[in-house]
Design a protein around this ligand. Structure first.
Ligand SMILES: *Cc1c(COP(=O)(O)O)cnc(C)c1O
Length: 463
């Protein structure tokens, strides 16, 4: 264990009690939840790693902002504060608040994609893919090959395979490609960063074929921190300068502000060029779906906290501590010979469930097996990022075979301490020791047509 836990650059002012049920109680609860972790009551979870989305601990400054929030329906001062922060950090002319990331996708993609179009990404996040498909378009991933090998260490495993992307554009015809989406960091590949060089190359191809480039920017700050550590050109640049370099490449962005901006709810759309005809469409769709353009589905206090959080997320001491937590847990797993998407990414540890349960086929969902075991073992709630999440082919309705079978331990920001991380490591090690005894996974007994993993019912396969 060569990795030291980076001390928290804050102290605790308010606490929230948590408790652990007995193993017997947990086994009963997960059965009642139809083996779907999303169906568990939060109170029945000890360490909640279901997502890093909206689960962040706000600062004293952000809570003070909540009290200052201006609740004017139109033109609230909190809205103007948010605009100023957004323009300052991203250098985009138009900033539109919305209630969360998928709202940004609904508002923007609906203005750009029609049936028959395709959209290409390094990797689509699940809701992003769903919104492409809801427009009647098709979503295609072109991530670099090394992302698909969890043991292969590379600095930017989130990158787009630019050659494959260009081939795909030519195969479908540039006129049929409605959008290219760069997801930073690449969430579904394990929170893996994307290099500025790669974003520049993607932007050049988009320009060549006149295809708009959208940045799916949920983890823009974590991505920028990795760029600073790993990309020579940026080692002496500030996080803000790196963010500018990234956003200079895009035409617009969609952002879930529930991640790197450290708030509990919010989202943004940005458009670089004030003369873009898209802006009028965004405004119209925002008013219909989210609310008036100066609040976009958020309360004034949320806008105020978001404006503050945009800056807090850029603090390098905070980012060092944050990425340090992932490295600390990953080092424990290295010692125990537990495979994960390595090097570890920015917002969680993606344990390779296929490697832990080689006897369980993809259609019995090894990532879900490990998630259920973590809950039974230590009251930890994680989630599957694999075939269970990926779902069925929209055309053939057949179960898709995911590139990976991960169990994601997503780490909420500024919430858990070193001893919680030790419990995570101990639980994974205990499960690994008995993993060979688990012969079968799960089958689905009921599923909705889209984004099934949130709601599906499962039952153990017993043969
Ligand atoms: C979370 C996330 C989204 C969706 O955002 P919500 O706020 O959950 O609606 C989109 N893209 C990426 C990469 C995300 O991580």
């Amino acid at each position: 264990m060569a990795v030291k836990y980076i001390p928290e650059p804050f102290r605790i002012k308010m606490v929230e009690p948590i408790k652990m049920l007995t193993q017997k109680e947990r086994e009963q609860k997960i059965k009642e939840a139809k083996y779907n972790l999303f169906n568990l009551a939060g109170q029945d979870v000890y360490i909640d790693l279901l997502t890093d989305s909206g689960t962040n601990a706000m600062s004293d400054q952000m809570w003070a902002g909540i009290m200052r929030g201006d609740e004017a329906y139109a033109g609230s001062s909190s809205y103007y504060k948010l605009l100023e922060a957004g323009k300052d950090i991203f250098n985009y002319d138009y900033i539109q608040p919305v209630h969360q990331g998928r709202a940004a996708e609904k508002v923007l993609f609906g203005a750009m994609l029609v049936p028959g179009k395709i959209a290409i990404s390094n990797m689509f996040f699940d809701t992003t893919r769903a919104h492409v498909e809801l427009c009647g378009a098709r979503a295609l991933d072109c991530v670099v090959e090394e992302a698909k090998d969890p043991t292969k260490r590379a600095p930017f495993k989130g990158n787009m395979n630019v050659e494959k992307m260009e081939k795909t554009i030519l195969q479908y015809g540039p006129e049929n490609v409605g959008l290219v989406v760069m997801t930073i960091t690449n969430n579904s590949a394990g929170g893996q960063p994307v290099s500025v060089q790669n974003i520049r190359e993607v932007a050049a191809v988009c320009k060549k074929y006149n295809i708009p480039l959208n940045i799916d920017a949920a983890r823009y700050a974590e991505n920028a921190y990795f760029v600073k550590l790993r990309e020579e050109e940026f080692k002496n640049k500030s996080i803000k300068e790196i963010i500018r370099a990234i956003f200079d490449c895009g035409d617009m962005f969609t952002m879930s502000a529930k991640k790197d901006t450290i708030v509990n709810m919010g989202g943004l759309i940005g458009v670089k060029d004030a003369t873009s005809p898209l802006i009028l469409l965004i405004k119209a769709r925002c008013i219909s779906f989210e609310g008036f353009t100066t609040y976009g589905g958020l309360a004034g206090r949320d806008l105020e906290a978001l404006a503050i959080g945009l800056y807090e997320g850029l603090d390098e001491n905070y980012l060092k501590y944050r990425i340090g937590q992932m490295e600390y847990l990953a080092a424990h797993l290295d010692d125990a010979g537990i495979a994960y998407q390595s090097p570890v990414g920015g917002h969680g540890v993606f344990v390779d469930a296929k490697a832990m349960f080689p006897q369980i086929p993809y259609y019995e969902f090894p990532g879900q097996v490990l998630a259920v075991e973590l809950y039974k073992e230590a009251g930890i709630r994680a989630c599957d990022i694999g075939s269970y999440m990926l779902g069925n082919d929209p055309d053939t309705k057949q179960q898709l075979h995911a590139e990976f079978e991960f169990t994601r331990l997503a780490i909420p920001r500024r919430v858990y301490t070193q001893s919680h991380f030790d419990i995570m490591a101990e639980a994974l090690i205990a499960i690994k020791e008995r993993a060979h005894k688990i012969k079968h996974g799960y089958k689905i007994t009921w599923e909705p047509p889209i984004l099934r993993h949130f709601q599906a019912h499962l039952t153990p396969v017993d043969k």
